[in-house]
Design a protein around this ligand. Structure first.
Ligand SMILES: Nc1ncnc2c1ncn2[C@@H]1O[C@H](COP(=O)(O)OP(=O)(O)OP(=O)(O)O)[C@@H](O)[C@H]1O
Ligand SMILES: [Mg+2]
Length: 250
């Protein structure tokens, strides 16, 4: 089923005359990881901001056939350096949205416990978030968004600030979460290996066209390149990556 539809989507920032996105089209299906790649400044974050409802766009932009007009708990956003509430504990941060939406404390406790388990931070539940490492903080940010059961997660370079080792672990975590929670994910990354590891679909932008120029299936999702011992497959993935790079650099 289709979750999001963008048709002839064009975006300008209110303080500028420049059209950042012009007439782009895409759809995101239920339970899909849609990864967007492209050069710096091409407009990836701008598309995410429109999806989040933070900025207004021209053309059609719908979720569940309803026009996106503003931020909404059904679209949870995770940034590269997500700000948590530093004076709250891990547990309180994750439960915050549910509390605001007046869920009962029993429901909140259950959901938070499940999520802390999922992200591997059960033992840190009473720590203040300023006491956490960057990777732990990003996991809390993801759990906080998941707590709301948002059908769509919007992630802008969520692991961009993490070291390669932590990053690989987070990619695995995202795939696990996605399988358990059955959410759809729109993710921006500049790391093509990450795109290939995580995406069902890979959408590509270049520096000139102001739109998504290609959306392709990714047959190599969930393959960990670090652990790959198959030369033929490695070569195929390498060619797949190079073809994407060509489109990005066009
Ligand atoms: N708040 C804003 N007001 C005006 N122009 C903006 C604003 N944010 C971004 N832009 C412009 O929109 C264009 C696209 O920016 P955007 O942040 O979407 O790029 P990006 O693809 O996410 O880049 P990066 O990979 O570096 O994050 C740039 O020319 C940028 O200067
Ligand atoms: Mg960006």
């Amino acid at each position: 089923m289709e979750l999001v539809r963008a048709e002839n989507l064009s975006i300008k920032y209110p303080n500028s005359d420049e059209t950042v996105i012009k007439d782009t089209n895409f759809t995101i299906a239920d339970n899909e990881i849609f990864v967007l790649v492209g050069p710096s400044g091409c407009g990836k974050s701008t598309i995410l901001q429109a999806l989040a409802g933070f900025i207004q766009a021209d053309g059609l932009l719908t979720m569940n056939n309803e026009t996106i007009t503003g931020p909404d708990w059904r679209r949870g956003v995770v940034f590269q350096n997500s700000s948590l509430y530093p004076w709250f504990t891990v547990k309180e941060n994750v439960g915050f949205g549910l509390k605001a939406r007046k869920f009962s404390s029993v429901e909140i406790d259950q959901r938070v416990k499940y999520l802390l388990d999922l992200i591997g931070l059960s033992n840190q539940n009473n720590m203040k978030t300023f006491e956490l490492s960057g990777g732990m903080r990003q996991r809390v940010a993801i759990a906080r968004v998941l707590a709301n059961k948002s059908p769509l997660l919007l992630m802008d370079e969520p692991f961009g600030a993490l070291d390669a080792f932590t990053r690989a672990k987070m990619q695995k975590l995202i795939l696990d979460i996605w399988q358990q929670e059955k959410t759809s994910i729109f993710m921006i990354t500049h790391d093509l290996n990450e795109a290939i590891r995580c995406g069902n679909k890979i959408a590509i932008m270049n520096a000139h066209d102001k739109k998504i120029t290609k959306i392709q299936d990714n047959p190599f999702q969930n393959i960990n390149l670090e652990e790959l011992n198959d030369f033929e497959l490695e070569k195929k993935i390498d060619n797949y990556r190079k073809d994407i790079l060509k489109l990005i650099n066009k």
